[in-house]
Ligand binder design. Structure first.
Ligand SMILES: NC(=O)c1ccc[n+]([C@@H]2O[C@H](COP(=O)([O-])OP(=O)(O)OC[C@H]3O[C@@H](n4cnc5c(N)ncnc54)[C@H](OP(=O)(O)O)[C@@H]3O)[C@@H](O)[C@H]2O)c1
Length: 235
């Protein structure tokens, strides 16, 4: 039975990943900031552990709890939007810094902690939820400064992790869910979480070594991080 670790698992895309992998009889290790309040995870047959992904001590504590357990797949899903109305001129700097720590550093913090678990499996894969918001030629206005800049940084961290992990046998990539209806985006987004997660699971089940470091769309198309790609969807 393969094992997946999901961060930010208590709601939205993270919860849906847990639901679908549990239904496929994977061993699911769901992590979230407040397990006592993660009622949506109850009854899914998943294990729940505390993890604020911006907190190195919590990541190390999780690693200690999971010592010796193989992890086939790590989904660095936890993320924050920040105030989407704010530009680089008026965004709250503390909130911006916090978002950097969660969106960009969080995947590195968690991956560093759980690398020994990933290395216990035959073909380990790990991924960050990337975003088209972090693609440079899509940044055509002042607002969304926090989300755009921190997701662009997250993409850069993916590339660095991928290079560092190649020799360690781990394929690390960025995934693009597409604009999916969640607490982050609201009901006007384009896709249902169930469909986006199903498609991303299919991408993950068919990961190619050449996708290491790349930004792979839910349909398996590789998007350039900088832009200039004609095949973008409208979202
Ligand atoms: N939805 C989309 O269309 C879309 C598109 C592209 C990329 N993404 C990315 O996909 C990921 C999930 O998005 P979503 O739409 O599901 O977002 P969401 O509805 O806002 O849910 C975010 C999840 O991340 C958790 N989280 C935030 N900060 C955390 C931290 N420091 N430690 C642990 N958990 C933390 C939240 O937990 P709490 O309940 O504790 O706040 C929540 O479970 C994000 O990285 C997002 O940027 C989403």
């Amino acid at each position: 039975m393969p094992t997946v670790v999901v961060t930010g698992a208590n709601r939205s895309l993270g919860l849906e990943f847990c639901r679908q992998y549990a239904a496929e009889r994977w061993s699911v290790i769901a992590t979230c900031r407040a397990p006592a309040q993660a009622s949506a995870l109850e009854g899914l047959g998943v294990e729940v552990f505390p993890l604020d992904t911006s907190d190195v001590a919590q990541a190390d504590a999780l690693a200690a709890t999971l010592a010796g357990r193989p992890v086939d797949l790590l989904l660095n899903n936890a993320g924050v939007m920040g105030d989407k109305t704010k530009s680089a001129f008026d965004a709250d700097l503390d909130a911006w810094q916090t978002a950097f720590r969660i969106n960009a550093l969080g995947p590195a913090i968690v991956t560093r902690a759980l690398l020994p678990n990933l290395q216990l499996t035959e073909a380990p894969v790990a991924a960050t939820m990337g975003s088209q918001a972090g693609i440079y030629d899509r940044m055509q206005s002042a607002e969304l400064a926090i989300y755009r800049s921190t997701k662009a940084a997250a993409h850069a961290v993916t590339i660095s992790l991928a290079h560092a992990l190649k020799d360690r046998g781990v394929i690390y990539l960025s995934l693009r869910p597409g604009r999916t209806k969640t607490d982050m985006t609201g009901p006007d987004a384009d896709y249902e979480a169930e469909d986006s997660v199903r498609l991303m699971r299919s991408v993950l089940a068919n990961v190619k070594p050449e996708w290491a470091g790349k930004f792979v769309d839910r349909s398996g198309v590789v998007y350039p991080y900088g832009g200039g790609f004609q095949g973008y969807s409208s979202v």
